[in-house]
Design a protein around this ligand. Structure first.
Ligand code: G
Ligand code: G
Ligand code: MN
Ligand code: NA
Length: 249
């Protein structure tokens, strides 16, 4: 209860901020995007992880204004980056089902001047639990704005294949749990291979999440994964560090 009150204050008092983790394009050999990851600098408790406050934000509905803020803030930041670099923003199921999302996206693009195809929204499989028709309609209206859509945490949820066929995602993000097993299990390698083959056939990119070492990277490259994200390449960075990163490139 106290945490809920605190979360209200967090929004008003600017205690929320975004970190940005790079996604690396293996084919082009360069950073292609950054994923925006929300953080809460609590005045007494210090830094709080989204794992600990996003569920509360979803239960209370606060995720709707918080998520809108994240989209606006991410677009504003990305406007400073080179044109080929996108920004990816996580959209929770509650936020996705809110009818105001299209307007939020449109306003964030207009306000920042960011080209629509530089914004990528990450949604998870859990959205497809019910009302699949409604979810597909919303996805199409977002797509009509010119933004990209990625399927996050792929492989952890429900019957994945039917909605992969029904909706043209731009990218599939392969869940970290598959990457963890890569060095110890041939089965995990086979799964990566089948996901990248499927994604290629459907014209979708793939990002492997949670890549932590060069051994995993080698297998992913070999199995046709197009992008990687993870601590091996870079941890999430503060906005200020990104300008330096591009200066080095
Ligand atoms: O950054 P970290 O790995 O701690 O994120 C933990 C979880 O919180 C991830 O599942 C991530 O998708 C989620 N998350 C981070 N930022 C946001 C955000 O802005 N909105 C939503 N809905 N989820 C987020
Ligand atoms: O659910 P989602 O994919 O949005 O979650 C992203 C989360 O994964 C972030 O909290 C981020 O900090 C975390 N993450 C990113 N790279 C790695 C990694 O290499 N290892 C681990 N353990 N977590 C990672
Ligand atoms: Mn994500
Ligand atoms: Na994920």
């Amino acid at each position: 209860r106290q945490m809920e009150l605190d979360l209200h204050d967090a929004m008003r008092e600017g205690q929320l901020f975004l970190m940005f983790q790079p996604l690396f394009d293996l084919g082009k050999g360069r950073v292609s995007a950054f994923e925006a990851l929300m953080r809460w600098q609590h005045p007494e408790r210090g830094l709080i992880s989204p794992v600990d406050f996003i569920p509360l934000a979803e239960d209370t509905g606060l995720i709707v204004p918080m998520g809108a803020w994240a989209i606006r803030e991410a677009c504003r930041a990305a406007r400073q980056w080179p044109d080929h670099v996108r920004v990816a923003v996580n959209v929770s199921a509650v936020q996705f089902r809110n009818p105001g999302l299209n307007t939020v996206v449109m306003q964030a693009l207009a306000e920042s001047g960011l080209a629509p195809d530089r914004l990528e929204l990450e949604i998870t499989e859990s959205l497809f639990i019910d009302n699949v028709e409604g979810v597909l309609a919303s996805l199409h209206s977002l797509r009509a704005l010119g933004v990209r859509v990625a399927l996050d945490d792929f492989g952890t949820g429900y019957s994945s294949l039917s909605y992969l066929r029904s909706f043209p995602f731009d990218k599939i993000k392969i869940d970290r749990s598959f990457i963890i097993d890569l060095l110890s299990s041939d089965g995990a390698t086979a799964i990566i291979k089948s996901i990248t083959t499927l994604a290629d056939a459907l014209g979708m990119e793939t990002t492997a999440e949670g890549v932590e070492n060069v051994g995993q990277l080698d297998i992913l490259r070999e199995q046709g994964c197009s992008h990687i994200q993870g601590f091996y390449f870079s941890r999430p960075l503060p906005e200020g560090a990104i300008a330096e990163l591009f200066a080095e490139e």
